[in-house]
Design a protein around this ligand. Sequence first.
Ligand SMILES: Nc1ncnc2c1ncn2[C@@H]1O[C@H](COP(=O)(O)OP(=O)(O)OP(=O)(O)O)[C@@H](O)[C@H]1O
Ligand SMILES: [Mg+2]
Length: 382
Amino acid sequence: MYPIFQLGGPVTGKDFYGREGVLRSLQRDLVDKGMRGYVIYGARRIGKTSLLMEFKQRITANKKATCIYIDVSSIHPFTLERLYDTMFIESLKAFRPKLDMWDGVKSALAGSATAFSEILKNASIDIVVKDYLTIKFRLKERKADLQELLKNALTAVEKYSERSKTRGIIILDEFQLIEKMEPKTLWAFRAHIQNWKHAAMIVAGSEVSFVEELTINKTAPFYMLFKIENLKPFDKKTSENMILDKFKKLGMHIEQNALEKCHDLTGGYPFYLQWLGDAIYDQKPKKIGIAEVVLAFRALLKESEVIFYSELERISEGEKSVLIELAKGRKRITEVAKRLEKPDSTVAKFVERLIAKGYVIRYENGYKLVDNLLAGWLALTY
Ligand SMILES: Nc1ncnc2c1ncn2[C@@H]1O[C@H](COP(=O)(O)OP(=O)(O)OP(=O)(O)O)[C@@H](O)[C@H]1O
Ligand SMILES: [Mg+2]
């Protein structure tokens, strides 16, 4: 049977729920209004890749745009040259699916001099391809630099968008992995993209600090060029809708207050909702009320250490001790400081860092964890 609850991996089509507002904004700004870019960021597993894939499917279906999706984390080992080659080859695939001499282009990119000279001689191969490959060869002989290669990769997107009379949209998912990208390179991206008339770019990632460096400061390379979208958990209605719909497909009824409980316990994180749904289904309950939801949630908390242990490696011991106290329901700095027998100022510093790393937010007169499941797990484990 086709799995009703999807755990991991992007979802699209009839498996995709909610996000209508952001899909509309993307369509309006990038396709209809001709804006040049978007930065999409949000917590791990919030649904970034699903959103991008769904966007790609929808705009490709209405034929006004051509979408190129690249997952930066799939480029191993990562180098800028490989990234630019991928951008170039994926653009060719999207815009010129029937390009003759595919194999020739691939061999030339891999360094074959024979394939390269064949392409240069071939009158039917267009100038954009020839230019890119020429720079590749000059790069090998150290007569060109990576910036020129980037320029040609981006030119391919713009030129082909113009020729195909569609908006070309190149998506770079997991953009934050481009760790070694120097400011110089990012500024080169900007210099080319700001002159685009027919194409746009979406970059997506999960680190708040990285996105800030890219766009929020006045001196950031994508400042005022890219619009920022912070992807949030589902609202109550979307959460309830999804769970209700999925149990309906399984021929099972779920009570209204149980639906609300699903949203409250998971904080509307789509992945956790799917996981919780699956855990409820696993119990093979005769009816689904609040008690069944709570029971399933407990089972799920026990399993969740697999995802949380590695995440806690990103914070220091001091930060962790503060996080645990907040998870246990202490809200204010003074309360936490008293429990940990530390000065208020020290705890305040840890809290600031936890906010910057995306673990904690201000809430009512104090603070709380962003992720309800992590909070539940910490409270249970420590
Ligand atoms: N719109 C959606 N509708 C239903 N389920 C969703 C949706 N978005 C995400 N999910 C659930 O969350 C899981 C993770 O989604 P996705 O891979 O898109 O997130 P991500 O933010 O790209 O994650 P990562 O940070 O690991 O790259 C999916 O497997 C699915 O269970
Ligand atoms: Mg992803």
